[in-house]
Design a protein around this ligand. Structure first.
Ligand code: ZN
Length: 321
């Protein structure tokens, strides 16, 4: 990588779209573009589209590298997406080598939660922290860990599946098929399920709020009903924030982070979520850990994937290129 080059490109490869942005060294987005993936039929067409999106944002600027964030298991060392995307013919494609060959610049491929963790650490809510854990609570629970300024990838590049650490023996079955995962208690999907069950047992404002929108009860309805004083909702918020805090207790005891950043759709509830989660986590952890961490909302929003993937280019070692 050229030392004096100051632009990087980040690509967020989602299930339905490719979001690509050009950034400067501070993590500021300068240009962006977006493509839909629905029409793409083969891996070759997806790679064509990725390359085109990078060329579009870089123009004739000198770009130091491209980072691609992908859902699922990614072998960052070899630059291969192993599984977890619904793109056609995608598993095992040597994405990094193929893009590098066509673009003529270093490319790296990283799991999207890891990219997001790095983005929040480099340019978001985790800036200035030493050991940071990023948690995204949405359909599932994703996570990424930055230890002493370095993204923890693990020996196969698939570290930090905190959503699949267990918080309950014989608990509800998780999307991964195992019982009792943190995700099976505290993801957006699980929170909605728990709220739904509570509303089926007792009359609750949650039911009305969901009915007004003509959709099933979601975490948003739960927190809104609790805010308006609904007893069932309040009790349920107490329960689900306890589950979130249990997972965070494990995080604190394992990594001793100074900063925990929480993103994802559920985090948009704001202080009605963060206040009880902070209070419960502090009371759950062992005494020496009590004043060692802060829990803050993510700040990069939808840009987190591109910012993280792009700015990782400033730090990844040469032998990863
Ligand atoms: Zn699981």
């Amino acid at each position: 990588m050229e030392q004096n080059t100051q632009y990087v490109v980040g690509v967020d490869l989602g299930g339905t779209k490719i979001a690509t942005a050009l950034l400067d060294q501070s993590g500021q987005v300068l240009r962006r573009t977006r493509f839909q993936t629905a029409e793409l039929k083969t891996a070759e067409e997806v790679i064509d589209c990725l390359v085109r999106s990078v060329e579009e944002v870089r123009g004739d600027l000198p770009v130091a590298g491209v980072g691609v964030a992908s859902p699922g298991a990614v072998d960052t060392e070899r630059g291969i997406i192993l599984n977890g995307t619904n793109l056609p013919g995608w598993a095992g494609i040597p994405l990094r080598e193929e893009m590098k060959r066509r673009l003529g610049i270093p490319v790296q491929v990283v799991n999207d939660a890891n990219a997001a963790a790095w983005g929040e650490y480099y340019a978001g809510a985790g800036q200035g922290s030493k050991t940071m854990v990023y948690i995204t609570i949405s359909t599932g629970i994703g996570s990424g860990i930055v230890l002493d300024g370095k993204l923890l990838l693990g020996s196969n590049g698939i570290a930090a599946e905190l959503g699949h650490t267990m918080i309950g023996v014989d608990g509800p079955v998780c999307s991964c098929g195992r019982p009792g995962c943190w995700e099976a208690y505290a993801s957006g999907t699980s929170i909605a399920r728990i709220a739904e069950e509570a509303a089926a047992r007792e009359a609750s404002l949650m039911t009305n709020l969901a009915a007004q929108e003509g959709i099933p009860i979601s975490a948003k309805h739960l927190f809104e009903a609790a805010r308006q004083g609904d007893g069932t909702a309040r009790q349920t918020v107490d329960e689900v924030t306890h589950y979130i805090a249990l997972g965070l207790m494990n995080v604190v005891h394992t990594f001793n982070p100074d900063c925990i950043v929480i993103g994802g759709g559920v985090s948009r509830v704001g202080d009605d979520l963060f206040s009880p989660v902070r209070r419960k986590t502090v009371s759950l952890v062992m005494e020496p850990y009590r004043d060692t961490f802060r829990i803050v909302p993510a700040s990069l929003g939808d840009d987190v994937g591109v910012v993280g993937a792009a700015t990782l280019c400033f730090t990844m070692s040469e032998n990863n290129q």
